[in-house]
Write a protein that binds this ligand. Sequence first.
Ligand SMILES: Cc1ncc(C[n+]2csc(CCOP(=O)(O)OP(=O)(O)O)c2C)c(N)n1
Ligand code: SF4
Ligand SMILES: [Mg+2]
Length: 325
Amino acid sequence: MMDAALSNFKGYTPKSLPRVEPLAQGHRACQGCGEILALRMALKAIGDNMIVASATGCMEIVTSSYPQSAWNVPWIHVAFENAAAVASGIEAGRKALMRKGRIPNKRTTIVAMAGDGGTADIGLQALSGALERGHDFVYICLDNEAYMNTGVQRSSSTPYGAMTTTSPPGQLSIGQSTWKKNMPAIAVAHEIPYVATGSPAYYTDLMNKAKKAALVKGPAYLHLYSPCPTGWRLAPELAVEISRLAVQTNIFPLYEVVDGQYILNKKIRKPKPVEEYFKLQGRFRHLDKKTVQQIQERVNRQYEALVRKAASAEIEEEPTEEAAT
Ligand SMILES: Cc1ncc(C[n+]2csc(CCOP(=O)(O)OP(=O)(O)O)c2C)c(N)n1
Ligand code: SF4
Ligand SMILES: [Mg+2]
């Protein structure tokens, strides 16, 4: 049965956005960083009653240069691999202290956050354990599709064909040689109450999903598209534009999975060709037409499979360009 908090959920609108800033301005993210934008939106939506466990990665480094901190809420830097394990301990510890009457009996959102490397690679085991144990927490994966903090090494979330320093294209290599891992599907396989994808180009959608993830009792997983101008060889002013294109090309569809039921949040009536998405980014510059076509076909197949999974749900249509202008 759907969590009562979700069935009665009233979303944010552009006029009712929260004013709190759990993550303050004055951090040291690169110019135009889309990862910090996605994170700021998610945290604003959750509010300031939260405790954050933050894996090593760009977002930890740029927000905590000693002796300063951009955090306005309790925040702990953890290792690269154990954000979900630390969040589990915080949640279980708080429960024990509340039971003993040592702290007030009040619900606080426990957030674990990590990049794609910290989630899909080294932190996968800690995440799987925490989802399986059913801790009441929100896991945020900030997917910028490589290990950016350490100089753009590939992860299992790097898209096929992308150039990174450890998947360099050349005569014998097309760049990343494996297909991107489907992390939201892995979270869904744990049969948790709430899984969603979000994009900073669709900010009310992203923020409402973050709020729902916090309201739900039990584990929730948010997979946030996090454009990285530095690692993607993208102009810094294009982070939001590329986020929108990722949705409009069906490369990064927006959906929720509530108690195992897929809900597609934006139906793209006339998807743009993936080539439009690729041509703005230096990391895909080397791709030939045949490879682009191969990727296009896979994107089409995956989107059709998603539509089938969500077939019974209501879908909001993305306005056509003519309607939006
Ligand atoms: C056990 C361990 N191995 C390697 C590192 C070095 N390291 C720190 S952050 C990082 C990459 C982070 O990538 P990701 O999780 O995708 O976050 P991003 O920086 O891209 O946001 C690596 C390899 C480490 N801190 N600990
Ligand atoms: S390297 Fe990328 S993800 Fe990291 S702070 Fe810079 S733009 Fe953001
Ligand atoms: Mg990353």
